[in-house]
Design a protein around this ligand. Structure first.
Ligand SMILES: Cc1ncc(COP(=O)(O)O)c(C=O)c1O
Length: 423
């Protein structure tokens, strides 16, 4: 990476970690440019935010138009038309029974909010999460997050009532998928009989593909089992699509691959193309159990500008067929990475769905190879390809390019990755 740091960063809190010191002057599609017009391929998508690419003209135009008309309408005081329009758009891309939407600003706000909704709707207090989960960094979301100790380190004890079940991560267990799913099904049952009784369990929340936890897709049979457990017990199934939503996996939402439907759907990141916005979707019947006034916030209503950006994002994803592109480019990416795996055995596993793909680095004995993963990542950065790691041991390189990526651009990135592996 050859960018000179444009400005001193000493006034920024050191609590942020930084993949690079790049200070982008502008962004366009899959690229970021520094002040010297050096070009960087951004395959982080701002951690899954820029699904429509940087500064998509349609999103930018919607923001400008909204800014001219109304910057802010506070939801408890007025009803901002941009938020109403967004709810209509969300209604079109979610299952028909999900017909009420709460808007907020971040993923963590939405995951916390949906726990409040689940508690209010069921009168129960406990939540089941999965090993490797990431649901955010506020106190309750931290308690629901088990992807790495760094997210909880020195903050514990955290709010109670959160129970952690194993996630069906076959490669980690070293078992075939069938054995892994059977084990996880049994363990969930055990937890519901030994730690949190059904009549005190409000919800099970799951990422259909673990994000921070290592880009591990949940097998369809497991998600279908969760649906059945919830149907049989009155527990609500919350699907966290904060990272996997909005076309990322080659379906509008990842749960669609498993033909399972959530009671509560959590959305953020790719929804706003970079503007801070999140949403909770649920049925009218559920939302009506949420006592008015018990949840909200100054900006809990989606700012008019973020809502306009989100509506333009949904239109763009649909009209430019970005879901289809994610599926096609995802196949290309997976094929390319699997070919590289054959000649580079340090890549222990290649997995994923659509454009949410993992390369997990392991040693010969199967233990996590964090060192090689970080060297490969650094060698990619040196060639101006931005990739992120994930996984508890940071030994997984995640592939999460903008959904506008073309065949040629993906080839270029794979070429850089190959050179990084060889180096
Ligand atoms: C699946 C998932 N849920 C929730 C969150 C939290 O979102 P935010 O960082 O906007 O609070 C994230 C963030 O990475 C995520 O990946």
């Amino acid at each position: 990476m050859n960018s000179a740091t444009a400005k001193s960063t000493e006034l920024l809190s050191p609590v942020w970690t930084h993949l690079t010191n790049l200070q982008p002057a502008r962004g366009q599609g899959i690229y970021l440019f520094d002040e010297q017009e050096n070009r960087y391929i951004d395959f982080t998508s701002g951690i899954g935010v820029i699904n429509t690419g940087h500064c998509h003209p349609r999103v930018v135009a919607a923001i400008k138009q909204q800014a001219d008309q109304l910057l802010f309408g506070q939801m408890n005081c007025v009803i901002p038309p941009a938020s109403v329009r967004l709810a209509e758009q969300l209604n079109e891309v979610t299952p028909p029974y999900i017909d009420r939407f709460f808007l907020a600003n971040s993923g963590a706000e939405a995951t916390e909010g949906c726990v409040k909704l689940a508690k209010a709707a069921t009168g129960r207090q406990n939540i089941v999460v999965f090993q490797g989960s990431f649901h955010g960094r506020t106190h309750l979301a931290m308690a629901m997050t088990t992807s790495k100790t760094v997210y909880r380190h020195k903050y514990q004890p955290l709010p109670g009532g959160i129970f952690v079940a194993p996630f069906p991560y076959s490669y980690y267990f070293g078992w075939d998928e069938h054995t892994t799913v059977d084990f996880c099904i049994k363990q969930l049952d055990l937890i519901l009989h030994s730690q949190t009784a059904i009549d005190e369990t409000a919800a099970i929340i799951i990422e259909p593909i673990l994000g921070e936890g290592g880009y591990v897709p949940a097998p369809a049979r497991f998600l279908q089992h969760l649906r059945k457990v919830c149907d049989d017990s009155g527990i609500l199934l919350i699907i966290d699509e904060v990272q996997s939503g909005f076309g990322r996996t080659g379906q509008f939402f990842c749960y669609q691959h498993a033909e399972v439907e959530p009671d509560i759907l959590v959305m953020a990141k790719g929804l706003g193309s970079g503007l801070p916005i999140s949403a909770i979707g649920a049925s009218k019947a559920l939302m009506e159990k949420w006592t008015p006034g018990t949840h909200g916030g100054t900006y809990g209503g989606g700012s008019a500008i973020a809502s306009a950006a989100a509506s333009a994002t949904i239109e763009t994803i649909r009209e430019e067929k970005l879901v289809e592109n994610a599926a096609q480019r995802g196949r290309q990416l997976m094929d390319g990475l699997k070919k590289l795996q054959v000649v580079h055995p340090s890549i222990g596993d290649v997995r994923g769905i659509g454009l949410m793909v993992a390369t997990e680095f392991t040693r010969e004995n199967g233990s996590p190879d964090t060192d090689t993963a970080s060297k490969v990542l650094k060698a990619c950065l040196d060639q101006n390809l931005l990739l992120l790691s994930c996984g508890t041991y940071k030994n997984v390189i995640r592939w999460i390019p903008p959904l506008v990526v073309t065949e040629k651009q993906l080839e270029e990135a794979l070429g850089i990755f190959e050179r990084a592996l060889t180096s």
